[in-house]
Design a binder for this molecule. Structure first.
Ligand SMILES: Nc1nc2c(ncn2[C@@H]2O[C@H](COP(=O)(O)OP(=O)(O)OP(=O)(O)O)[C@@H](O)[C@H]2O)c(=O)[nH]1
Length: 220
């Protein structure tokens, strides 16, 4: 194994959507039920992709007004969590995606939209299609999961995000970057990953159908 690299992941979302539950599920495969709230928590672990060890830092955020810019600066990859039984949390996720795409427009970062608590289907207020549509708008990955029910969906969602972030990191470090500049590299990455910021999707001329093909989503 070679090349230890590092990816910093920020988990965002409104109060009580399950940010800690999904983070702990991913890291330990366990679901505890109640998690301490009110302060940011950072976790570290290592994953191996294709014989390359990658050090992962995950920041499970609390609602802290004025921290957004710090989180933004810190992270390479962002998980935006909402709860499928809480419409307001979905609106919060929409605002967060909008803020992220505006603030980090000129550099590349990886994004995952995560609809949690899908076990509460009988209380559902946000349809799968709503999540899918939002993810297409911001060119991010999308999964619906239940941290309470099992670890498979959460693990798959995190691993997809980490793989994308890792690939992006490798691409950013290629010599081509010097020739093309950051914006052009973002476009190359966008082509590879089907990633389109809202501004790109407005002007890129790529049809919605084409984008849909590149961004499968999954409910687990
Ligand atoms: N039914 C169900 N409940 C869940 C799920 N995930 C989390 N919860 C519950 O939702 C509540 C909030 O979960 P947390 O993980 O603390 O949510 P959070 O977003 O970290 O909360 P804050 O840090 O306070 O913003 C807890 O009671 C969890 O047990 C889930 O998938 N299904």
């Amino acid at each position: 194994m070679t090349n230890l690299s590092r990816i910093k992941v920020v988990v965002l979302g409104t109060n009580g959507v399950g940010k800690s539950a999904v983070t702990v599920r991913y890291l330990t495969k366990r679901y505890i039920g109640e998690y301490s709230s009110g302060k940011d928590m950072t976790y570290q672990h290592k994953v191996t992709f294709d014989s390359v060890v990658t050090e992962i830092e995950i920041l499970d955020t609390s609602m802290c007004s004025g921290c957004f810019n710090e989180h933004l600066k810190w992270g390479d990859a962002f998980v935006v969590v909402y709860s499928v039984e809480d419409k307001a949390s979905f609106q919060g996720a929409r605002r967060t995606l909008q803020n992220l795409s505006q603030a980090k427009e000129s550099s590349f970062f990886s994004l995952l939209l995560l609809g949690n608590k899908r076990d509460l289907d009988y209380m559902r207020r946000v349809e799968v299609d709503d999540g899918q549509e939002l993810s297409l708008k911001y060119g991010c990955q999308f999964y619906e999961v239940s941290a309470a029910e099992n670890s498979a969906g959460v693990s798959l969602a995190f691993m997809s995000l980490l793989r994308e972030a890792r690939s992006a990191q490798l691409l950013r470090n290629l010599p081509i970057r010097r020739k093309l500049g950051v914006n052009s590299v973002s476009k190359v990455l966008g082509t590879i990953f089907g990633k389109n910021s809202s501004s790109q999707s407005n002007s890129g001329g790529q049809s919605k159908k084409d984008r849909k093909k590149k961004r499968p989503s999954l409910s687990i």
